[in-house]
Design a binder for this molecule. Structure first.
Ligand SMILES: [Ca+2]
Ligand SMILES: [Ca+2]
Ligand SMILES: [Ca+2]
Length: 264
């Protein structure tokens, strides 16, 4: 019986090494300011929950509006009542200094520094019409935006359109936050892209060209990494096999003794 208990304990211990993908909910990253320009490398916000700090680094991006135009890092990413992309030196003033799709197609890249994040909510601060595309990166390396078009991202560059989201507000509804529940399928990634809704992801020009918003808060969960099978040490596996073998041998011996007694 002691041997059986030992084997059971080891089996449970080894099995627990494979338990994966538990998530810690409650994270949020909020960007507010008075128009400061993000430094080279991006604007950084961190949140700590249950002892784990997850950092979000935001950078601004844009492309010309011609089909297939290449993405470039924006002239400025600024922080007002949310993140605002000034695509070029001409993409300024209200409302164009917001993240928008008039003149250039703006977007903000959020890099979570290798931590896997499941986004649940996107909150816009100042906004007018607010239709946007949400993408996540599915690759294991660092994504390259420069020189790729928005279409390239999903066609060849490892990005996936999570969904498009639409504001039911009119273009004059600025002045208060608007919150979107996103990512209904609970997907996770270390890189997320929020774009003023883009024709590469939503083919209806009636929705495009009048969206202006400042990305204020992202909220979601940190997804703990899967423990790889290699984390189970070879000696532990060997011990389990050895104990299993001893158990089988012991049982076979008992059975043999019983048969001998019956035969005697
Ligand atoms: Ca613009
Ligand atoms: Ca802009
Ligand atoms: Ca729109």
């Amino acid at each position: 019986m002691k041997l059986i208990k030992t084997i059971s304990f080891l089996t449970i211990s080894l099995s627990s090494a494979f338990v994966a993908n538990s998530a810690i909910a409650g994270y949020s990253w909020t960007y507010t300011g008075s128009g400061e320009t993000c430094p080279i490398g991006g604007c950084v916000e961190s949140d700590t929950f249950a002892g784990k700090t997850v950092t979000s680094t935001a950078t601004g991006w844009y492309s010309e509006t011609t089909s297939g135009a290449s993405m470039q890092e924006a002239n400025k990413l600024r922080v007002w009542d949310g993140l605002s992309v000034e695509a070029t030196t001409a993409d300024t003033g209200t409302p164009n200094h917001a993240t928008d799709n008039n003149g250039w197609y703006d977007s903000v890249l959020f890099d979570f520094g290798g931590d896997s994040v499941e986004l649940d909510q996107v909150v816009m601060g100042w906004h007018q019409d607010t239709d946007f595309s949400l993408l996540r990166y599915t690759g294991n390396d660092t994504p390259a935006l420069t020189g790729n078009s928005y279409s390239d991202l999903t066609a060849t560059e490892g990005w996936e359109l999570v969904s498009n989201y639409f504001c039911s507000c009119s273009s004059s509804s600025s002045g208060s936050d608007i919150s979107f529940n996103v990512n209904a399928d609970n997907k996770s990634s270390s890189y997320w892209l929020v774009a003023a809704i883009n024709p590469a992801y939503f083919d209806n020009n009636n929705y495009i060209g009048n969206d202006y918003f400042k990305i204020k808060t992202l909220a979601g969960s940190y997804v703990e990494p899967t423990v790889p099978p290699t984390a189970v040490s070879a000696p532990a596996t060997g011990l389990l096999m050895l104990l299993g073998g001893m158990f089988l041998y012991s049982n076979a011996r008992k059975r043999e003794d019983q048969l001998n007694v019956m035969a005697a």
